[in-house]
Design a protein around this ligand. Structure first.
Ligand code: 9ZP
Length: 356
């Protein structure tokens, strides 16, 4: 096999974990995570596939980053939950730290949203329930994620969602104190995080509200041509409400995007909200929901027949048809940028070290 070497990537088609003796064949580049590139890899002896995050050691020498990656592994290795991506092991290879993570073969919810434009309320409930289950586990272990966004919600072959990239996760601050570092993704930063009043559980609820809004509308709630403008919109909790949102969705968003962190709902409150309790949530989603609008049918014979026909047609409602998405509304209230440039994954995380 011809060894390859591109830029700062580790050279070679094969990556060896000298500790365990395991060899991994490097596959395609999946994308860029918080601290490094991520590849699909195959364990040569077993054929198992993983996502391998490769972080250059040189990058780790940057102020504080080494500690943070150490902390990510420390935290992550102790976690085991069906809606949290698993960290199988880590090792170093030719000056690179390699994290062997669970592969979620259908990519992220941001990828799905890019293909779909926006998602329907039933499927958003389906995905969000699973994210909330994983997040309850994290919060229950005294951890806040600090970078919740659609590109960190990964979808498995079986259409299950897992929270990934715990790169910024951190233990909740001791009572009476809050972590004051400005980190996370600019468009999803809560007002108290911007004002360095710290990042606690309510700041994760805010970011989850931003992800919910983005999934339902195809746009993040807060945008701005410049950072300052974005931050003004966040501080004032000023976001447009497109007409296609149900009254329940609007009401839940208003609670989650409350500028006062103490007034925001808990995860249990979110699950108990009419958006969840009054609306239909499918038990599973067909994989074609990654590309086209799923149609949910009941179990009676007519529905079964329709389901069969739907398979023949390829499924889905066209935009504008009953059950399908309504055409995008004209721009309202706040000026919007070009939709193709919309920051639906949440964008790159921002990190300014320092605590208050
Ligand atoms: N995305 C393109 C459509 C844009 C993909 O092709 C794609 C495919 C994936 O699997 C085949 C995939 C992500 C994107 N899978 C995946 N990505 C992960 C991941 C697990 N599985 N993670 C585990 N922990 N954290 C995440 C993170 C890796 C660091 N990611 C993605 C973040 C950006 C790229 C990979």
């Amino acid at each position: 096999m011809v060894p390859g070497h591109a830029g700062d990537e580790p050279p070679g088609w094969y990556i060896e974990d000298s500790g365990s003796g395991m060899i991994y064949k490097r596959g395609r580049l999946l994308g860029q995570g918080t601290f490094g590139r991520c590849y699909r890899v195959t364990e040569v002896t077993t054929g198992r596939v993983y996502a391998l995050k490769v972080v250059p050691r040189a990058g780790l020498a940057a102020v504080g980053t080494g500690d943070r990656v150490e902390r990510e592994q420390e935290l992550h290795r102790q976690l085991s939950h069906r809606h949290i991506v698993r960290l199988h092991r880590h090792f170093t290879h030719r000056g690179h730290l390699c994290l062997l993570l669970e592969l979620c073969s259908r990519g992220s919810l941001a990828d799905i949203l890019r293909a779909r434009g926006r998602l329907g309320e039933p499927e958003v409930r389906f995905y969000l329930r699973q994210v909330i289950s994983g997040l309850r586990y994290l919060h229950g272990h005294g951890l806040v994620h600090r970078d919740l966004k659609l590109s960190n919600f990964l979808v498995t072959e079986e259409m299950q969602v897992k929270i990934g990239d715990l790169g910024l996760a951190r233990g909740a601050a001791p009572p009476g104190r809050r972590w004051g570092a400005l980190c996370g993704t600019p468009s999803h930063l809560a007002p108290e995080v911007l004002d360095r009043r710290g990042h606690g559980v309510p700041s994760d609820i805010w970011a989850l509200g931003c992800a919910l809004y983005t999934a339902l509308t195809g746009r993040p709630p807060f945008e701005g041509s410049q950072r300052l403008e974005l931050y003004q919109h966040i501080r004032g909790a000023r976001y447009p409400l497109p007409p296609q949102l149900s009254p329940q969705a609007r009401a839940l968003l208003a609670l989650m995007l409350d500028p006062d962190p103490a007034a925001r709902p808990s995860l249990q409150d979110v699950l108990d909200h009419p958006f969840f309790t009054q609306g239909f949530t499918p038990h599973r989603l067909p994989p074609r929901a990654c590309h086209s609008v799923p149609v949910f049918l009941g179990r009676d014979p007519l529905c079964r027949l329709l389901r069969g026909l739907q398979c023949c047609w390829g499924g889905g409602c066209a935009p504008g048809t009953p059950g399908g998405p309504s055409p995008p509304p004209p721009g309202k209230q706040l000026p919007r940028q070009d939709p193709s440039q919309a920051n639906i994954g949440g964008g790159k995380p921002l990190l300014v070290l320092g605590t208050v």
